[in-house]
Ligand binder design. Sequence first.
Ligand code: ADP
Ligand code: MG
Ligand code: MG
Length: 885
Amino acid sequence: MQTVYTFGGGANHDDPRARDKTVTGGKGANLSEMASIGLPVPPGFTITTEECVRYLQHGADFSDDLRREVTKALIHIENTVGKRFGDAADPLLVSVRSGARVSMPGMMDTVLNLGLNDETVKGLAAVSGDDRFAWDSYRRFIQMYSDVVLGLDHGLFEEALEIAKEDRGYFTDTEMNAADWRSLVAEYEAIVKRELGQPFPQDVQAQLWGAIAAVFDSWDSERAKVYRRLNDIPGDWGTAVNVQAMVFGNMGDTSATGVAFTRDPSTGEKAYYGEWLVNAQGEDVVAGIRTPQYLTRRARELSGSDKPSMEEAMPEAFAELARTFELLERHYRDMQDIEFTVERRKLWMLQTRSGKRTAKAALKMAVDMAAEGLIDEKTAILRVDPMALDQLLHPTLDPEAPRDVLGKGLPASPGAASGKIVLDADTAETWSAKGEKVVLVRVETSPEDIHGMHAAQGILTARGGMTSHAAVVARGMGRPCVSGASQISIQLSERTLTVGAAQLMEGDTITIDGATGEIMRGQVPTIEPELAGDFGTLMEWADRHRRMKVRTNAETPDDCRKARQFGAEGIGLCRTEHMFFDAARISAVRQMILAENEAGRRRALAKLLPEQRSDFVEIFTTMAGLPCTIRLLDPPLHEFLPQADADFEELSRTLEVSIDHLRRRAAELHEFNPMLGHRGCRLGITYPEIYETQARAIFEAACQVTARGGEPVVPEIMIPLVGTRRELAILRKLVTETAAQVFAEREMQLDYLIGTMIELPRAALMAGEIAQEARFFSFGTNDLTQTTLGLSRDDAANFLSAYVEKGIYARDPFVSLDIEGVGQLISLAAERGRAAQPGIKLGICGEHGGDPASIAFCESLGLDYVSASPYRVPIARLAAAQAAL
Ligand code: ADP
Ligand code: MG
Ligand code: MG
């Protein structure tokens, strides 16, 4: 296998391996490609990533093939440039650059001006006619090589330079003249000798191979390993090495260097964007030693800067650069991020790659480029990362507005929220009912806080990670959330809290930013998201190309409306228990739970029936004939139990039983492991009147809305936590009989479906049997993940991050479906369900329904729909389209 590929000059660029990123890395492949389309690229060669892997496997040993091919390739550079490497009279200088498949911080930094030594520097001075330039280049080289290859502390060199300037009374590097640089070089050489016990390498071949080895070795550096782990980059890719003839941006005022984007990477606007510096070399632009200048006249004028733009200062080189931008965009059909250097008026291209961009810019560029005919609709759809849309759907903080940051937590749910601090859920609800905007601040949240979270603009917690209750629920509701802000302490009795050094009271206004985790004093102004325009266009294209339907998980009319605005095509999961948590109803719910017998339960349920019915009327009305899957009551009963003494007292008065008695009954209901306890269809089996009442509320509401003449409602009733066919058979009979009764009473007939959630491994395995009783399956992947992995979502936060860090799980299995494991159960259940009942409707609900990787898996199984929380609906629409392409 060829180990080295040359580019530039007369090199042959036809071998597809030379332009294959997996072989020559991102930088190398693009250098070869730019040269092949005739752009001015300084000649050079790329050592393959395969050689890096080989070298590391063979205990840091270069192969004979590599030595031979590098020698040959160096001759290619020499012949093209007309200089010899190590020639004391007219030396060839090169840069040595690392370049993995994807750009990767942690890899070796570039070494420039390699090939200089005490002799060649004199040749360079003579040939260029510029002593200062030659000695400046040499000192740069010693500094970089010592830092990057020899591993010396760069501070030593910077300090020496500072002292040299101070001694001479200079403020800037540009004041240093040739003699100054020359004496600094002598100092640098002395530093190397002192630190290493050996002189700075004078043999140019030793310099070159030292740098190549350093690039290879950097693949296994700690920094690189950490970065790979965090970004799912395999350890066996290796990095390529690029060796390239130097071009000099530091040869006086007709030379320059710069970086540029072919479009604005933060707004997406079709305008060149970049920075440049006169008389400077590569890293100077980013290093911040001198302030770079604007590229275009327009950008300079907008900024009010008086330093000339490149367009003004070097019009010819700029014109050629602009032509190159157009050529590169047409060639790559994407926005490019470019490095260039001008040496004595001549433009050289040193790098190009697809540029990173904000979500907003990605959207704009995709739509614009499709309109320009640069890409087609499908490509445009694939250009936007669905997850990035999340940033665009929520109000965000006005970047111009001042902020007084008090502390920081985890960015748990995006968006910004301002409001008065409230310290418990009930206060959140009362204040918000009075029209106040509130931010709920808790140590952590639990299911009893749901109504307060709903009422609040945002949620802030002192404890809990990215998958804590607060984080998961807030993301589901589309509420901004900052979790785990450990500088917060709450003094509940005084109704105060401290954030770091700041003392705040309930009622004080704060702002939280769920995208950064920042907590700010007062109200920071926000800007509203733009849902029409480019966003609307891209969504329309996505809808044209997707097969799966996208529904939403929603239980309030507000959420339903939001979800429909975002394009939901129905409800995939309406959790009825959330309706039970409502403050006005909780007392009736408690009566039902604590009742001694069926008669007592029925009395309480009679109070709940009209409430539930009116909920469903609102939801059906809002959804206007779209399918609605309603799940009957699921959570363990104890979640509804009274906690506070006052609650017990109130209940004792309404029920006319003693407090002691109620407490005993509550104790009886205690469960050691409620998630595996008396919940889901087990409630329906033991207390059929609960499900009967819910079914009645649903059918009565459906009749009412349909009778009003709207689109006929087709309710889909979903029985949770089924593990056996018999459970579903019993409850199906109950629901069917209830429907028949309601239809008889109302003298009308409606279509409806009864189905089940598949959320227990047994249900997945027995799907063939269960399908005999079900018209649809909805994969409840939250519980299916818990039960398959034997991992409690509420308790896993403590160790899950360690598991992800150690690579035991690639990602949090509650965020992205464990396709390997849980995915098998889903695939098997889909297959067995379809075999038993062809045409059975299949969908997924739960957090995974809004996760692009999980959505792609659903598409591969041919599921009918995914269901996601309202704010995830656009993400799901785009991800479903991408999966279908
Ligand atoms: P990075 O990946 O960190 O950008 P690069 O290898 O692209 O590293 O280079 C760092 C800097 O050195 C860039 O500004 C680049 O343009 C410049 N550079 C690299 N090779 C050369 C060369 N042969 N001639 C002139 N400048 C170069
Ligand atoms: Mg670069
Ligand atoms: Mg469940």
